[in-house]
Ligand binder design. Structure first.
Ligand SMILES: [Zn+2]
Ligand SMILES: [Zn+2]
Length: 113
């Protein structure tokens, strides 16, 4: 079982710390080139955003091909390579995608696999 699945399962057990709702959006936030990623979850019921207390991994560990691709391609708008990666998952539908924010021009786009 990979780390993301593990976190998802754990979250569905414990739910939101404020209202115990288990409808949550899971976001894994990474900065390219940094060692650690942060898991955060947003409660779809009360809007509470909380950090998930778990060991994180790098973008490279999670999606090795993706980081390479992003480093080559860069931002589609300005070509910048200073990108922040948000790996978002809908816990209910298991629908995950990468949202990328260019730190240079602020452009937000979805990373293709
Ligand atoms: Zn809540
Ligand atoms: Zn840009």
């Amino acid at each position: 079982m990979d780390k993301l699945t593990e976190v998802q399962l754990k979250l569905q057990e414990v739910g939101c710390p404020l209202c115990y709702n288990t409808r949550l959006d899971l976001v894994l936030r990474c900065d390219l080139g940094q060692d650690e990623c942060i898991y955060t979850a947003k409660c779809l019921h009360c809007g509470n955003i909380f950090e998930v207390n778990t060991r994180s991994k790098t973008v490279e560990e999670l999606e090795p091909a993706l980081e390479d691709k992003l480093k080559t391609k860069g931002c589609p708008k300005c070509g910048g390579h200073d990108l922040q990666v948000d790996f978002r998952c809908d816990l209910a539908s298991q629908d995950c995608f990468h949202a990328l924010t260019c730190q240079t021009c602020g452009h937000v786009f979805v990373g293709e696999r």
